[in-house]
Design a protein around this ligand. Structure first.
Ligand SMILES: Cc1ncc(COP(=O)(O)O)c(C=O)c1O
Length: 405
């Protein structure tokens, strides 16, 4: 067996199952889960119809293996979207690749980039973070370094706190903007800093942008490639962005996304993916093309999240340390006490599931930046999220009465 497998951490939901073992949720309430970050808005009909139509289209050849690089038309759909969304000129022949969701791509990219034979390789990632980054680092033979996000600066990651000796050994940096779970969007100045560090130390930046289309400010979130272009780095050297249809178009079950950026990295990633056997089905390719080509459903989806967050956030703000994030579909709230005790008692008393923040972060330099926080995924319909928020308000009020009778 590969001994590195034993270094993988249990997934947050496994830990949640353990935490909730033996808890009987109050049967007076129907269960509401704000735990899993999985879109629940309906998949647009036109995407399902495109899947259906592609099955019987004369140009769909299920008797042939699809190319790992995707068809030229699919690649043009990616570069067309990048042009419309970010104003970027991307070469569809060399600077984009289809992936079966960004999760597998983020993981596989680590295996492509990391050279475990070099001196004690490091992968830097934000803290809290999406757990796949850690798995990619560990199975790539690298040591993860967790850079904490700072609640006092809208959860910006403290890149300045990473020691130079760590940057010197860094081969890969994961960034997540908009962030899961914080919702923070990285501004241009932060990108500039990271590009300078990448130039100095030669590491690759993997920019996870799967929440880019769900935002609450007027300005759409700045993309990594967009930041590079603005800073005169039109070759996107050492930079790859990861984009997905899962949240944008409510199709996590389709498993469809793409990566774009540095042509040199794309070439090596394509080589890796050919061996890995991760080509996209022609049916999924056809549905993906129509999904990337349509923005009306994305505008509608965003409006649904905006309306929901506008109702739920003010309900919770008087009892929790929480405010409207820049983007994403999570509230990342301070609870002022143990996050695990809060989550367990909330389930027991009000049958609402939230994720303890400490499960999404690691202890580093003596503290866990997820401790005393919870993540709430506002993915269910508004009425259900509002009801959950009302129960949480009641729960917190009762709890403080118990503490200060
Ligand atoms: C930060 C982040 N990146 C990537 C993913 C993976 O999404 P997908 O594989 O559906 O594109 C998720 C899913 O929850 C996520 O939260």
């Amino acid at each position: 067996m590969n001994p590195l497998l034993s270094r993988l951490q249990p997934y947050p939901f496994e830990r949640l199952r353990e935490l909730f073992a033996g808890v009987t949720p109050n049967p007076a309430f129907r269960p509401i889960s704000l735990g899993i970050g999985e879109p629940k808005h309906p998949t647009p009909e036109f995407i399902k119809q495109a899947l259906n139509a592609a099955m019987y289209d004369a140009t769909t050849d299920l008797a042939a293996y699809p190319p790992t690089a995707g068809t030229p038309r699919l690649r043009q759909a990616f570069s067309g979207w990048l042009q419309r969304r970010y104003g970027l000129d991307i070469d569809p022949a060399t600077q984009v690749l289809p992936v079966n969701g960004s999760r597998e791509a983020l993981f596989a990219f680590g295996q492509t980039v990391i050279d475990p034979a070099r001196d004690r390789p490091v992968v830097v990632c934000p803290n809290p973070f999406y757990q796949i980054y850690e798995g990619a680092a560990l199975l790539g033979g690298a040591q993860p370094y967790y850079a904490p996000s700072d609640p006092a600066r809208n959860f910006a990651v403290d890149w300045d706190g990473v020691p130079q000796s760590v940057w010197a050994r860094t081969q890969l940096l994961f960034v997540c903007s908009p962030g899961n779970p914080t919702g923070a969007v990285m501004p241009l100045a932060e990108w500039k800093k990271l590009f300078e560090l990448s130039d100095r130390h030669g590491f690759v930046i993997a920019s996870d942008e799967c929440y880019s289309e769900i935002y609450f400010r007027d300005e759409p979130p700045l993309g990594g490639l967009e930041a590079a272009a603005k800073l005169g780095r039109g070759d996107f050297r050492n930079l790859v962005s990861f984009t997905s249809l899962s949240k944008r178009s409510n199709v996590p079950g389709l498993r469809s996304g793409f990566v774009a950026g540095d042509a040199r990295l794309m070439k090596q990633f394509l080589l890796y993916r050919t061996y890995h056997g991760s080509a996209m089905s022609p049916i999924v390719q056809a549905a993906s093309m129509v999904a990337w080509g349509d923005e009306a459903h994305v505008v509608e989806n965003r409006a649904m999240y905006r309306a929901k967050f506008a109702e739920v956030t003010p309900l919770l703000a008087p009892v929790l340390d929480v405010s409207l994030p820049d983007a994403g579909f999570y509230l990342w709230a301070g609870v002022g006490e143990s996050d695990t005790a809060f989550a367990r008692d909330l389930l027991a008393q009000y049958n609402v599931t939230v994720l303890p923040g400490s499960y999404l972060a690691r202890e580093s330099a003596g503290f866990n930046p997820g401790a005393a926080r919870i993540r709430m995924a506002l993915v269910a319909e508004t009425a259900e999220c509002v009801e959950a928020a009302q129960r949480i308000v009641q729960f917190v009020k009762n709890r403080s009465k118990q503490e200060f009778p």
